[in-house]
Design a protein around this ligand. Structure first.
Ligand code: GL4
Length: 829
C-alpha cells in the first residue's frame, strides 16, 4: 500500500544522506568523487578538462534532484502541460548558466579555489551545444530558460543532432565549413534514457480492412527506426523548478536484425543500420530553405512521431478520455518544421484510438498553436506530395482529407472564388505538387503568432492576408525576447553587479521591468563613472580576444562597432562594409589635421554563411579583403580597424555583446521578422544603429528615437522604392565605393563582380544604394555623440533601462496566458 511505499522511500532517502549539500566543502567532495569515479582519473593527476567534467557532473547531480522533484510535482498536480516542439535549440554552454540558476555560483567558486582551480578557466573548457542555426534557435533556448524560471509545466522536444551547426574557419578570407562533432568527449548535460524509446515507422502501404463491420485504414509500414530519449535538464532561476528538454536520437530497431537473419543478408543489414542512424546525424545548416530534401523530411517526422508517442503515453497515464486532451495539453509549433504533428496526431486518434474523424478533429484543432518566424511567402516550407506520399503514405491521405474538409467549409463562406481557394489550399498544384506547411499550420492551429508588431502586420496584410480575412481572431503577435539570465548575468558579471548595486536588489534577474529604475540614476556622476568602467572592462576582454583570434591590436578608446548575425543579403552586411570603405576613402583624402578630429573605430563583423549561399560567402571574403587593406595602412593606424570574428556562436556572442559600444541592425525594412540580437545589445548598454524593422520599431517605442541612430526607408516605403528600379536615386559616394570594389582596389577583382551586380542600380533589391545616404548620416550622428562621453553614457544607460520589455519572461508570460492557457506550477522546496 501507499504507507509501505512511503516508508521504503524514506529509508532510501536517508541512505542517500538526504539532498546533496551545497556548502563549499561538500562541493569539493563531490567534485573529487567525480574525478575519481566518473572520470576514473587519479585525484593526484587530472587536467583542466577532467576537472571541468567532474565539476559538470557534480552540477548535473544537483540538476537531476530538482528535475525529479519538479516532474513528480507536475504529475501530482495534473496541471496542463505545454509541449514546445522545435527542430532547433541553440543552447550554447551550460555550466555557468546552470550554476547561476541553481543559485550556488559563489559556493562553487570558493570550492574550486580551495582545490586550486578557477571557475572561469574551467568554464572555458566547455564546447557549445549548437543544435540550431541562428535567431530562431537561440530564441527557443531563451524561451526554455523563461519557461523554467516562471514555473510553467513545460517540456521542450527536439532532435539530438550528432553534428551541430558547422564550425566556420577562414582560410585566406574564404569561409570553410568543418563538422561540429560535439559529442566527441561526452556530454555531461544530458541523461541518456535507454529505456525511453519509441518505434518510428516509414514507407510502406495503406490498406483498408474490415473492423467490426466498419472499413478502416491501416498503415503497413516498411521501415522502422528507434528513437531514444536524451534529457537535458533546464533549471529555472530562483525556483526549484527544473524542466526538461527531451532530444531524440535515432537508433536502428531490432526488427532489422530479425529480417536480416531470415534472408541471410547479414552484412547488408549492418549497413542499413547505419543508414537509419543517419536520421539524427546532422543539422541542416541553411536557416531558411528546407525545400524538398528527403532526409530533412525524415528528420521532421522522426522527431514528431517520437515526441507525440511520448506525449500521448504521458496523457494516457493520467487520463482515460481524449476529450480532456485540450484541457491537459498545449502543443506549440515552433515554425512549420514540426507541423507534421497535425497529421500524426490525427492518425493516432483516428487509426489507433478509433475516435472517428470528426471527434478527433474537434480535439486536434483545439490543441495547436503556431508561431511563424518568416516574412516572405517564398521562405515558407513546402513538401513535394510525391516525397511525402512515399515516405508517409497514410499521412498524405490525412492531409488530403483535412484539406478537402477545409475547402468545403471555405466554399460555404467565400463562394466559388477559385483564385482565392487555390491560394488558401494546403495543396499547391503546379509543376511540383506540394504541401504548404504554413497553410496546414494555420488551418489546424487555434492561434497564429507573429514575432513582432511589424511582422504581424505583414502577415495580416500580405503573407497570410486570405487567412486573416477568414479568421481575424486567430492572428496574434507576441514580440520576441531574450533571457537576461544568459545575456546579462552569465555573460556580463560586472554589469550584473552594477545593476544590482544601483537598483538595490537582484530582483531584476526575475523581473526585468525593474531595469527602468536605472533611469532614476542617469544624472548621478558616480553611477555614470562606474557604468563607463564596466564597459571598458568588457572592451578589454573583447580586445584581448580579437588579438588572439586575428592578431589585430585595437585601441580601447575607439568606438567598438559590431554587427554579428547570420550573413544574409537582407541583413545587409554589405551596406556596413561599403560604409567602412567610404570611411576609409574619406580618411585617405583628409589632411593630417582633419584626421585628428575623426572618432577612431573598431568595426567588428561576425557570422556564418549557409554553405551553399554564394553571395553571402563573397560578402565574407570582401570583409577580409577590406580588412587586409585598411588594417595594414600606416596612414590610418588606430583610426579605423576592421576585424572579422570567425565562428560566431553563442559563447562568442557572450563575449562580444558586452564589449560593444554600437551595434548594427540594418536589414531592409520589412525583412527581419523580429531580430533578437538587438535586444541583447540593448540590455548590455550598447547603442543601436538601426532601421525601423522587426522589433526595433518596438524598441523605439520604449527608448525614444533620440536614444538610438535610426535611418533608412520605412516598411511602407520599400515597395514604392523598388518600383522605381533604374530611376532610383543613389548617392555619388555609393557609386564610388562600388567602383572601387569593381576596379579591384581590394584585390580579387573578378571574384567580386557578381557581388557588385547585386547592388547595381536597377538590380538593388535590398536598397543598399537608396539607403546609403541616410546610413552615412546615422553613422555621423553616432560619431558626434561618441565625442560627448557624458551624453553617450546616458544613452547607454537608457538603452539598458529600456530593455526590460524585451525579456523572454515577458514573451513567455504572454504566450502562457493568451495562447497556451497554462498556469505556473511551482515545486515546493
Ligand atoms: C528568424 C527571423 O529571421 C528573426 O528575425 C527572428 O528574430 C527569429 C526568431 O523569431 O526567427 N526566422 C528564421 S527562419 N530565422 C530567424 O532567426
Amino acid at each position: 500500500g501507499f504507507g509501505e511505499r512511503k516508508a521504503k522511500a524514506e529509508r532510501m532517502f536517508s541512505l542517500m544522506d538526504g539532498f546533496l549539500k551545497n556548502d563549499p566543502f561538500s562541493l569539493q567532495k563531490d567534485i573529487l568523487h567525480h574525478v575519481e569515479y566518473t572520470m576514473a582519473r587519479s585525484r593526484f593527476s587530472f587536467d583542466d578538462y577532467e576537472a571541468y567534467q567532474a565539476l559538470a557532473h557534480s552540477v548535473r547531480d544537483r540538476l537531476i534532484e530538482r528535475w525529479h522533484d519538479t516532474h513528480i510535482y507536475f504529475k501530482k498536480t495534473k496541471s496542463k502541460r505545454l509541449y514546445f516542439l522545435s527542430l532547433e535549440f541553440l543552447m550554447g554552454r551550460s555550466l555557468s548558466n546552470s550554476v547561476i540558476n541553481l543559485g550556488i555560483q559563489d559556493q562553487y567558486a570558493e570550492a574550486l579555489n580551495q582545490l586550486g582551480f578557477e571557475f572561469e578557466v574551467l568554464a572555458e573548457q566547455e564546447g557549445d551545444a549548437s543544435l540550431g542555426n541562428g535567431g530562431l534557435a537561440r530564441f527557443s533556448a531563451c524561451q526554455m530558460d523563461s519557461l523554467a524560471t516562471l514555473d510553467y509545466p513545460a517540456w521542450g522536444y527536439g532532435l539530438r543532432y550528432e553534428y551541430g551547426l558547422f564550425r566556420q574557419i577562414i582560410v585566406d578570407g574564404f569561409q570553410h565549413e568543418q563538422p561540429d562533432y560535439w559529442l566527441n568527449f561526452g556530454n555531461p548535460w544530458e541523461i541518456e534514457r535507454i529505456h525511453v524509446t519509441y518505434e518510428v515507422k516509414f514507407n510502406g502501404t495503406v490498406e483498408e480492412v474490415d473492423m467490426n463491420g466498419e472499413k478502416v485504414k491501416v498503415w503497413i509500414p516498411g521501415e522502422t527506426v528507434e528513437a531514444v530519449a536524451y534529457d537535458n535538464p533546464i533549471p529555472g532561476y530562483g525556483t526549484k523548478n527544473t524542466i526538461n528538454l527531451r532530444l531524440w536520437a535515432a537508433k536502428p530497431s531490432n526488427q532489422f536484425d530479425l529480417e536480416a537473419y531470415n534472408t541471410g543478408d547479414y552484412i547488408n543489414s549492418i549497413v542499413n543500420r547505419q543508414n537509419t542512424e543517419a536520421i539524427s546525424n546532422v543539422l541542416y545548416p541553411d536557416d531558411r530553405s528546407h525545400q524538398g530534401k528527403e532526409m530533412r523530411l525524415k528528420q521532421q517526422y522522426f522527431f514528431v512521431s517520437a515526441s507525440l508517442q511520448d506525449i500521448i503515453r504521458r496523457f494516457k497515464e493520467a487520463h482515460n478520455n481524449f476529450d480532456e486532451l485540450p484541457e491537459q495539453v498545449a502543443l506549440h509549433l515552433n515554425d512549420t518544421h514540426p507541423s507534421l504533428s497535425i497529421a500524426e496526431i490525427m492518425r493516432i486518434l483516428v487509426d489507433e484510438e478509433h475516435l472517428g474523424w470528426s471527434k478527433a478533429w474537434n480535439i486536434v484543432n483545439k490543441i495547436f498553436s503556431f508561431t511563424t518566424h518568416t516574412v516572405v511567402a517564398e521562405g515558407l516550407e513546402k513538401i513535394p506530395v510525391d516525397l511525402l506520399g512515399s515516405l508517409l503514405p497514410r499521412h498524405l491521405q490525412i492531409l488530403y482529407e483535412i484539406n478537402s474538409n477545409f475547402m468545403e467549409e471555405l466554399k460555404k463562406k467565400i463562394g466559388l472564388d477559385y483564385n482565392r481557394l487555390s491560394r488558401m489550399s494546403i495543396i499547391e498544384e503546379g509543376a511540383v505538387k506540394s504541401i504548404r506547411m504554413a497553410n496546414l499550420s494555420i488551418v489546424c492551429s487555434h492561434t497564429v503568432n507573429g514575432v513582432s508588431k511589424v511582422h504581424s502586420n505583414t502577415l495580416k496584410t500580405k503573407t497570410f492576408k486570405d487567412f486573416y480575412e477568414l479568421w481575424p481572431e486567430k492572428f496574434q503577435y507576441t514580440t520576441n525576447g531574450v533571457t537576461q539570465r544568459r545575456w546579462i548575468v552569465v555573460s556580463n558579471p560586472s554589469l550584473c553587479a552594477l545593476l544590482s548595486k544601483w537598483l538595490g536588489t537582484e530582483a531584476w534577474i526575475r523581473n526585468a521591468d525593474l531595469l527602468t529604475g536605472l533611469r532614476d540614476h542617469v544624472d548621478n556622476t558616480s553611477f555614470r563613472h562606474e557604468w563607463k568602467m564596466v564597459k571598458r572592462l568588457n572592451k578589454m576582454r573583447l580586445a584581448e580576444y580579437i588579438e588572439t583570434m586575428s592578431g589585430v591590436k585595437v585601441s580601447l578608446d575607439a568606438m567598438f562597432d559590431v554587427q554579428v548575425k547570420r550573413i544574409h543579403e537582407y541583413k545587409r552586411q554589405l551596406l556596413n562594409i561599403f560604409g567602412i570603405i567610404h570611411r576609409y576613402d574619406c580618411l585617405k583624402n583628409m589632411d593630417k589635421n582633419d584626421r585628428r578630429k575623426v572618432v577612431p573605430r573598431v568595426c567588428i563583423i561576425g557570422g556564418k554563411a549557409a554553405p551553399g549561399y554564394e553571395i553571402a560567402k563573397k560578402i565574407i571574403k570582401l570583409c577580409h579583403a577590406v580588412a587586409e587593406k585598411v588594417n595594414n595602412d600606416a596612414d590610418i593606424g588606430d583610426l579605423l580597424k576592421l576585424v572579422f570574428i570567425p565562428d560566431y556562436n553563442v559563447s562568442v556572442a557572450e563575449l562580444v555583446i558586452p564589449g560593444a559600444d554600437l551595434s548594427q541592425h540594418i536589414s531592409t525594412a520589412g525583412h527581419e521578422a523580429s531580430g533578437t540580437g538587438s535586444m541583447k545589445f540593448l540590455m548590455n548598454g550598447c547603442l543601436l544603429l538601426a532601421t525601423a524593422d522587426g522589433s526595433t520599431v518596438e524598441i523605439i517605442e520604449e527608448l525614444g528615437s533620440d536614444n538610438l541612430f535610426l535611418f533608412g526607408a520605412k516598411v511602407e516605403e520599400v515597395a514604392e522604392l523598388r518600383e522605381k528600379g533604374g530611376a532610383l536615386k543613389v548617392p555619388l559616394q555609393f557609386a564610388r565605393v562600388l567602383r572601387m570594389v569593381r576596379d579591384g582596389y581590394f584585390g580579387d577583382k573578378d571574384y567580386f563582380q557578381s557581388l557588385c551586380d547585386t547592388v547595381e542600380v536597377g538590380n538593388d533589391f535590398y536598397l543598399l544604394g537608396s539607403d546609403f545616404g541616410s546610413y552615412l548620416e546615422a553613422q555621423a550622428a553616432a560619431d558626434k555623440a561618441f565625442v560627448e562621453p557624458d551624453k553617450w553614457i546616458k544613452m547607454s544607460i537608457l538603452s539598458a533601462a529600456a530593455s526590460g520589455r524585451f525579456s523572454s519572461d515577458r514573451t513567455i508570460r504572454e504566450y502562457a496566458e493568451r495562447t497556451w492557457k497554462i498556469d505556473p506550477c511551482q515545486c515546493p522546496f
